[in-house]
Unconditional design. Structure first.
Length: 256
């Protein structure tokens, strides 16, 4: 089977060298870029292809860009990896194993403070060096957080890094959301929650976002849960029905 490609149109390479997209949906998880000079209208035939990368492996992950590197995830040889490429030469720099089980990783790696955070589709969390991929710490939803039920399309969120903590959502009633020390992986706080409503038990498919007014927020089933980001306190708020655990976005404290 031919492995997937990573394609970059020339229009996406007109950003200044300082531009970074260090996590899922960009720096603020809003899907908005602050860079200037983007094409207002694409040519009829589409933007010119600048380069492409082959052999990333099977998966559904997007990409993050930071420190002159491109990061993504892929499955190779029955294992799931986080991958790093040189943004200038497209040369593979390293591949760090996240899980020894095959699958289709869906997580977009998060890059912060010289470290990369990634989640496999079976719930293995890896923190590794952005420089060379060497492991710093690991956690397991199965071993460390109660072996929560897997969503129908497996674990798909992208870890959130905020205020020196890595925040993930295993979805277990005793470990619904957890905050870990970003450098050591040690637990900082744990949110206990069992949400009632439609859908399966456990985590959805979205990663958490931050609101200066409401703390860390993740939307699940028919509720938006809002633990205060420093201690994991929970204040549930009923919301209208939605599908597939979509993110409840907070941008400049405006909710969409």
């Amino acid at each position: 089977m031919k492995l997937p490609h990573l394609l970059f149109p020339l229009a996406l390479l007109t950003l200044p060298a300082r531009a970074e997209w260090s996590q899922w949906r960009g720096a603020q998880r809003s899907g908005v870029s602050s860079e200037k000079g983007l094409l207002q209208k694409w040519p009829k035939e589409g933007p010119k292809l600048a380069w492409h990368i082959e052999g990333l492996g099977r998966g559904m992950a997007s990409t993050s860009v930071a420190d002159g590197k491109i990061f993504t995830m892929g499955e190779r040889g029955g294992k799931q990896f986080v991958l790093a490429y040189d943004a200038a030469t497209q040369k593979e720099l390293w591949a760090a194993e996240v899980s020894s089980h095959g699958g289709e990783p869906r997580c977009t790696p998060t890059v912060a403070g010289g470290l990369v955070y990634a989640l496999s589709d079976d719930g293995e969390v890896l923190c590794c060096s952005a420089k060379d991929g060497s492991p710093v710490w690991k956690k397991s939803y199965r071993k460390d957080f109660g072996d929560p039920p897997k969503p129908g399309w497996q674990f798909s969120e992208s870890p959130l890094v905020d205020d020196g903590k890595v925040i993930v959502t295993p979805g277990h009633a005793d470990h619904f959301m957890v905050a870990l020390d970003a450098k050591t992986g040690s637990p900082v706080w744990t949110l206990k929650a069992k949400l009632e409503g439609n859908g399966h038990d456990g985590a959805g498919y979205t990663g958490a976002v931050v609101s200066n007014g409401a703390g860390v927020m993740v939307r699940r089933r028919q509720r938006m849960i809002m633990p205060v980001k420093h201690d994991g306190w929970l204040q549930p708020m009923l919301q209208p029905p939605f599908k597939h655990g979509a993110a409840h976005l907070a941008a400049t404290d405006q909710q969409y």
